[in-house]
Every structure is written in C-alpha cells, then in structure tokens.
Design a protein around this ligand. Structure first.
Ligand code: SAM
Ligand code: DTB
Ligand code: SF4
Length: 344
C-alpha cells in the first residue's frame, strides 16, 4: 500500500489531506518545544511519531541504501569519532580514490542485494578539482543502473556543487553531527557554520540534502534537541536525516565512550519524525550493536531507511541474512527508489 503517489508519477500538484495540513511543515521550532517533545511519556511520543509517519509514508516500507568508501583514511579533519582522521592512530591505512569501474561493480552488487540508493563516501575535507571527473563518472554510472545516487565528500565550493548537480546527483550527505554548542568539543578543524554553508549550497543547487548526526558523542539531551532544531529550522527540511549511534573507534578521543541508552536513541528518532514529517529518517550506524527489539522500536518511531550490506564505510553492519530475517519478522518491504515525498 502506498500512502502517497510518488512525486515522479504526479501530474498535478498534490493536494494536502486534512491530516497533512494539521502537521504542516514547520521551520520555527524553539528549543523549549523540541525539549518538550523529548520529555513526553514514551508511549505518547511514539504514538505521535507513528501517527505523523502514517500521514506521509507506508509504515511497512523501509528504504535500503548501500555504502561504499571510495576514498578511505588519511583525512586532514579531526572529527573525534572517526576512524579515518589522520590525526589519530586507529590502525586504518589510507588509500587513493578508487577506480570508477570498481565503484560501478560495487553498485551492481548493491542493486542485486536490493538497495535502491548507492552512497559513496570519501575521507576528504573537500574534493580536489583533479578528482571531479572520476566522481562525475561514478554518479553517471550508478544513475544509469536506476539507483538513487548519494555522495559525501566533505565541504563543496559553489562550482563543485553545480558539477555534481549536472552529473545527476540525487542526494548529498553532509552531517551536522550534534548541536552548534557542542560541535567544537568534537571537531575543531571546521565550524558548524561551515557545515550549514555547504548544506545551503547543495539545497540551492537543487540536490536533495541528507543531513543528520551521531548520538553517543558525550552530548546531553539538550544537544540532541539542538541538533534536531538546527535541521528542522533549515530553509527546507533535509530530504534524508541519518541518525547514527556512535561506533566507538579505538585510538580516537571518543573510543572509550559509553553506549547511548537505546530508549533515548529511539526518542531522538521519534522527535526527528515529528519535526520533519516528509523526510526519510535513517537508522544509520550502530545497528550491529542493536537488538532486533531496539530496531523495531526505531521503525515504530518513524525510521524508514537503513544501510544494508556487511560494511558501512570502515566498520561492520549486520549483513543481508540478518536484515532479511528482521524484515521477515517485522513484515517490512523495501521502499522503491524516488519515493521520498519531499524529493526534488
Ligand atoms: N568526510 C565526509 C564528511 O565528513 O562529511 C564523509 C564521510 S563521514 C565518515 C560521514 C559521516 O559518518 C560523518 O559525518 C559521521 O556523522 C558518520 N560517522 C563517522 N564515523 C562514525 C562513527 N564512528 N560512528 C557513527 N557515525 C560515524
Ligand atoms: C551517515 O550518516 N552515516 C554513514 C553515511 N552517512 C555516510 C556513515 C557511517 C559511518 C560509520 C563508521 C564507519 O563505517 O567508518
Ligand atoms: Fe574526515 Fe569525514 Fe572522518 Fe571527519 S568524518 S575525519 S571529515 S572522513
């Protein structure tokens, strides 16, 4: 069952239903309002999130994305969580940008495994001009296979953003990670505003925005609320909102962090769903360490996308057998490509 006709198949502008009007998109969230959502009794919060979710999405569809690290390690940034920063000794060796053909072979396997989006990530502060032709060829090649394309390459200049749009890029991932206040405790080589500037550039170029964050960095609930407030108050809500659970990496400053409470993680997903009703909310990194029950609660709270496959960028992910078993147990179906109601 599809709640809404995909944007690509619509001939006239869609008329919002009464229920949709009641949850008209807002971009003026206050900190108090977001914190009040977090503080709701759990059952009330989940009920609200699931109600909003059903207005825009088929509650039993979950989008499957697959990731590939096209350029691993040696990154000049100092993100305190990351295995790929050259500032920390994490035992990861740096590699060059992969050849286009190898990336496309990976995309073919992703499609066979049922992924509808292929996400390519590079451990860069920003792409260099000499890398752009290969990046453009990757986007074009993956698109020809009928999958949605996503890239995450660090900060972008206006020219690079246009090059990506012209190549046909569907989504650009660029996470704000946490609240503006907590950001400098995690990353010092760039500012929160740098991130927002790139996001704005991507939006203006007409590329769908994928932006979210990580929980378990040592932040407080007020930072989780601040992060969602920043995303919810962007000019347009990001079409895709990944919520990652920190995977602690030995050798990084956050390598010994305690795991975030699973219920608090689910609450954050629910608040994201209520604030950004039309966006795909992705249950991202950390599923390898989550029970089926935690993941089921995340879907109930409105998460409707996951990364599939044995690996994320440099760390482990549950893999096909476990995810097929989970989908069977929960009666979930994969979401087809281009079904997000807020896609451009
Ligand atoms: N270099 C690019 C950038 O930072 O935008 C792209 C790659 S970066 C690895 C993509 C995102 O993965 C980060 O923004 C962060 O949110 C997430 N991430 C990285 N390491 C993580 C970890 N150990 N646990 C959870 N999420 C992580
Ligand atoms: C996102 O928010 N999470 C993905 C994707 N966007 C690029 C990356 C997760 C990385 C987890 C750590 C690793 O595998 O290196
Ligand atoms: Fe580099 Fe991205 Fe890792 Fe930060 S998260 S160190 S920018 S690869």
């Amino acid at each position: 069952m599809n709640i809404q006709t995909p944007v690509s198949e619509q001939t006239a502008a869609p008329q919002p239903s009464k229920a949709q009007e009641a949850t008209a998109l807002r971009h003026d969230w206050t900190r108090e309002e977001v914190e009040a959502l977090f503080a709701l009794p759990f059952n009330d919060l989940i009920f609200r999130a699931q109600t909003v979710h059903r207005e825009w999405f088929d509650p039993n569809e979950v989008q499957k994305s697959m990731l590939l690290s096209v350029k691993t390690g040696g990154c000049p940034e100092d993100c305190g969580y990351c295995s790929q920063s050259a500032k920390y000794d994490t035992g990861l060796s740096a590699s060059k940008l992969m050849e286009v053909e190898k990336v496309l072979a990976g995309a073919r396997r992703a499609k066979e495994a049922g992924a509808s989006r292929y996400c390519m990530g590079a451990a860069w502060r920003e792409p260099k001009e000499r890398d752009m032709p290969a990046i453009v060829a990757m986007i074009k090649g993956v698109r020809e296979m009928g999958m949605e394309t996503c890239m995450t390459l660090g900060m972008l200049s206006p020219e690079q953003t246009i090059q990506l749009k012209d190549a046909g890029l569907d989504y650009y991932n660029h996470n704000i990670d946490t609240s503006e206040e907590f950001y400098p405790s995690i990353i010092t080589t760039r500012t929160f505003q740098d991130r927002i500037d790139t996001l704005e550039r991507v939006r203006e170029a007409g590329i769908n925005v994928c932006s979210g964050g990580i929980l378990g960095l040592g932040e407080e609930r007020q930072d989780r609320a601040g992060m969602l407030m920043a995303l919810g108050n962007l000019t347009e809500h990001p079409q895709s909102v990944p919520i990652n659970m920190l995977i602690p990496i030995e050798g990084t400053p956050l390598g010994e962090n305690a795991k975030i409470d699973a219920i608090e993680f689910v609450r954050t997903i629910a608040v994201a769903r209520i604030m950004m009703p039309k966006s795909i909310v992705r249950l991202s990194a950390g599923r390898e360490w989550m029970s089926d029950e935690t993941q089921a609660l995340c879907f109930l709270a409105g998460a409707n996308s996951i990364f599939v496959g044995d690996e994320l960028l440099t760390t482990k992910n549950p893999g096909q057998d476990k995810d097929e078993a989970l989908f069977d147990k929960l009666g979930l179906e994969p979401m087809p490509a281009h079904r997000c109601p807020s896609e451009v």
